[in-house]
Design a protein. Sequence first.
Length: 144
Amino acid sequence: MAIKDFMTNDHRECDNLYAPLEEALNEGDFDKALELFIPFKNAMLKHFAMEEEVLFPKMEEFVGSGEGPIYVMKMEHAQIKSIIDQLGEAIENKNQDKALGLGETFMIMTQQHNMKEEQILYNMAEQLPFDKENILEEMKKVKI
């Protein structure tokens, strides 16, 4: 499997974990939302870790680590992690309006972020002369 396919599929899996969480928030079911939030957050953190601990450092060996696309993706990861943390707090505090607002911000940012990764970054990774199978195996081993 190609890196692009693997990571794009992982984006979809994270999306699929968020959808029922958003539904629980819309219904005001905070117990269910909190239960769904944990696996969603863990999936997102694992996705970011696969990129930040394995894929990005390997790519930077070839493209450098300046203020290019990888730098932008790391910055966006930090922003999205902050939103996820705030979302968790809003759920714990049973603040439906805040949770839904943060959820909307999360969705917009994440959709834009994923599109950049899928259309630019993962294509870049596919072009670089490194052992893609080994990188995939290393990403699969990442724990959070």
